[in-house]
Write a protein that binds this ligand. Structure first.
Ligand code: F6P
Length: 341
């Protein structure tokens, strides 16, 4: 069997570990051969390929990013996108495709499966917002990076008696904010799932100063104020229709300073959270996903995605995994709220 592999959407630590496991097991155990498609769906659309054998994956386990490149190309926004993908697969005698991506890349994979293209999915996103899997790889690394930043911000906040606001990624789901905020001892955590009341945030800030600590506010980039209470700028749209978010931390910095008179500073962690070497957990999860994805392709389990359920790796329908985003439930937010203020 000849298998094509692609990585789409925002990159994240652990992508190379998946590719390595797919190629190593696929070659050594099954005798399959591989071709890499460049930059997500752009590869099969534009016939952009790279050789992908055991030599190509040596030494990549700890490396961040993806040796295949990534993009947010959407074949359903291109003329004859599906036909062009079929042509490329035929030209390379590809019998199966392993697509490693988040909601957008796997949403495309689910549609292509419905159109008869043999595809298997691997869930990836630092946001951890894919349904049907307990965790995605990349998330643990992002949480650890954010937690380390929060630890560092505590000491400078306390030295200067300032409010420090840390903006982390997560446009629809606040998993990174929740986990890093709890691990880092945040004064308040603001998530997209739960519009915030700026008066309450300011009350938490004052309470924290009253107990001789300096407040750290962890805010997900997609967090929004209660309707009509503050104005937040919106940015341009990408090929999947997502807004490029900008600036909730700086809005909070200005508002908190204006309302409390306290000195405030915003730190935006941005793509630092997606770069660099994966944690041990992410290497372990990504490797297991890769092993099970190549098994699924070998078995012809088209239209499925590998998923972590407890400690097991299961196969779930791609359609189920991409139907809706996994958001932070009320009860988990309530656990974090115990420490607010
Ligand atoms: O989907 C992963 C993610 O890292 C989001 O958390 C973030 O909003 C987005 O990608 C940023 O995308 P880009 O790298 O295209 O700016």
């Amino acid at each position: 069997m000849r298998i094509g592999v692609l990585t789409g959407g925002g990159d994240c630590p652990g992508l190379n570990a998946v590719i390595r496991a797919v190629v190593r097991k696929g070659t050594d155990v099954y005798g399959h051969s591989f071709v890499g498609f460049r930059d997500g769906w752009r590869g099969p659309l534009q016939n952009a390929t790279v050789p992908l054998g055991v030599e190509a994956v040596r030494g990549i386990l700890p490396r961040g990013g993806t040796i295949l490149g990534s993009s947010r190309t959407n074949p359903y926004k291109e003329d004859d996108g599906v036909a062009r993908i079929r042509d490329t697969l035929a030209a390379h005698a590809v019998d199966a495709l392993i697509a490693i991506g988040g909601e957008d890349t796997l949403g495309v994979a689910a549609r292509l499966h419905d159109e008869g293209i043999p595809v298997v999915g691997v869930p990836k996103t630092i946001d951890n917002d894919l349904s049907a899997t307990d965790y995605t790889f990349g998330f643990d690394t992002a949480v650890n990076i954010a937690m380390e930043a929060i630890d560092r911000l505590h000491t400078t906040a306390e030295s200067h008696h300032r409010v420090l606001i840390v903006e982390v990624m997560g446009r629809h789901a606040g998993w990174i904010a929740l986990h890093s905020g709890m691990a880092g001892g945040a004064n308040v955590i603001l998530l997209p799932e739960r519009p915030f009341d700026i008066d309450k945030v300011c009350a938490f800030v004052e309470h924290r100063f009253a107990s001789h600590y300096a407040p750290i506010i962890v805010v997900a980039e997609g967090a929004v104020p209660v309707a009509g209470s503050l104005t937040v700028k919106e940015g341009e749209l990408d090929a999947f229709g997502h807004v490029r978010l900008q600036g909730i931390a700086s809005v909070l910095e200005t508002e908190i300073r204006g309302r409390t008179g306290r000195e405030s500073r915003a730190t935006v962690l941005g793509h630092v959270q997606r770069g660099g070497t994966p944690t041990a957990f992410d290497r372990w999860l990504a490797t297991r996903f890769g092993l099970h994805a190549v098994d699924a392709a070998h078995d012809g389990a088209w239209g499925t995605m590998v998923a972590l359920r407890g400690t097991r790796i299961d196969r779930v329908p791609l359609a189920e995994a991409t139907r809706e985003l996994k958001l932070v439930p009320e009860e988990l937010y309530a656990e974090a709220e115990v420490f607010f203020g």
